[in-house]
Design a protein around this ligand. Structure first.
Ligand code: SF4
Ligand code: SF4
Length: 380
């Protein structure tokens, strides 16, 4: 990893794009500052302490710096190592989050109890309202209503997809079936590992990746493994084997051979479209979302926010650093208000909830883009 940090030539071109540098004007809070810090920690020049932990944990992991770095520094890999080096300094809230969130069984149990740990994190109450603890797990295989499927794909729903975003999961399945694909949803898939990687628990992130590799390999030949949430997708994209076959749902559906098999009913409404930083900077699929939405006749869809910018919900920012998260959200909220849309669409659940929590109760409807597409899908 020292090799990776050495690729940074300290040009500083990434600084202007970094949200935490933008807020603080502090070199330490910039990509270059964080790379220098990880280098010093890795070489034993300094020991982890509260300051180094705060500098690294406050990174939103939006990867804007990585997307625009002319030296192609793999910032995410550097951060994985840095976060593991300061893991011992992690706060209690962060530890608790990382125990509960990737474990859907535990989360279901806590939510059913009605007195979960959520009051410790007031911002998670909106997440609790979203949960469908009675939603059935997806079936292992869905077959299209045609004699010969055009292909076979695996669907990654991860640890919380069927608990917190089951409508998006169902919508993705409907669209893929209508496009003629058989859809495998392996029951043995687990959390993508992003939460553990962000908490510096690399060992567990690696074990989760191995479990997912095995779960999807066991389903037999797949044309692609598709993710619905861009945050999970960014993690899957780095998997050793599965990463090569991984596609974001929008990127997969937007391929000409797929989209040409889908037809949509007109919708004379407006949508503000939030493209999550992970979708733009890591998966490069923001344009695919806009291309798909353009297939709904009469829908006026407008992207909001600066391209690749983080809305503040990156990592566990919205929960653990709400003040910073709110400041980063402001330009998005202003633009959404200007558009005054019927729908706000975002491919990442935590971004969607973060944007929604700025609302005043007279909100538009907040949806994953595939949910709106599936609603308008012509099926007969
Ligand atoms: S990360 Fe890339 S853009 Fe940023 S200072 Fe280093 S070399 Fe320059
Ligand atoms: S990932 Fe985002 S917040 Fe972190 S250093 Fe890079 S640009 Fe800044």
């Amino acid at each position: 990893m020292i090799v990776e940090t050495a690729r940074c030539v300290k040009c500083g071109l990434c600084l202007a794009e970094c949200p935490t540098y933008g807020l603080t004007a502090s070199e330490a809070m910039s990509p270059r500052g964080r790379i220098t810090l990880v280098q010093a920690l890795a070489q034993g020049q300094i020991l982890p302490d509260d300051h180094s932990a705060e500098v690294l944990n406050s990174c939103l992991l939006c990867r804007r710096c990585e997307a625009m770095c002319p030296s192609e520094v793999q910032f995410a890999k550097i951060m994985d190592q840095g976060l593991s080096l300061v893991r011992s300094q992690q706060g209690i809230k962060s530890r608790l989050l990382n125990v509960v969130l990737p474990r859907p069984g535990l989360m279901r149990w806590l939510l059913r109890l009605g007195r979960p740990v959520l009051p410790v994190f007031p911002r998670l109450s909106i997440l609790a309202r979203q949960a469908r603890t009675d939603a059935p797990r997806p079936a292992p295989v869905y077959r299209p209503d045609i004699s010969k499927p055009v292909g076979r794909v695996g669907l990654f729903v991860g640890c919380t997809g069927s608990l917190f975003d089951s409508v998006a999961v169902d919508s993705a399945i409907s669209l893929l079936l209508r496009a003629g694909y058989e859809v495998a949803v392996p029951a043995k898939q687990v959390c993508c590992g992003a939460l553990d990687a962000h908490a510096g628990n690399i060992g567990r992130a690696v074990r989760l990746a191995a479990a997912n590799e095995a779960a999807f390999a066991a389903t037999g030949g797949l044309d692609a493994v598709i993710s619905i949430a861009s945050g999970c997708g960014a993690q899957l994209d780095a998997y050793e084997v599965l990463g090569a076959r991984h596609r974001d749902i929008a990127a997969f559906l937007a391929q000409e051979k797929v989209i040409s098999r889908l037809e949509f009913r007109p919708l004379p409404k407006s949508a503000a479209v939030h493209i999550p930083c992970t979708l733009e900077n890591v998966l490069h699929s923001g344009d695919a979302v806009m291309k798909l939405l353009a297939c709904i006749p009469e829908l006026k869809a407008e992207a909001v926010g600066k391209k690749g910018a983080c809305c503040g919900a990156g990592g566990t920012g919205a929960v653990l650093r709400p003040g910073v998260a709110e400041r980063l959200r402001e330009p998005f909220v202003r633009q959404i208000a200007d558009v005054s849309p019927d729908f706000v669409l975002s491919s990442n659940l935590s971004c969607r909830l973060h944007l929604q929590s700025a609302g005043d109760g007279q909100d538009p409807e907040y949806l994953h883009p595939v949910t709106l597409l599936a609603r308008q899908l012509i099926t007969d």
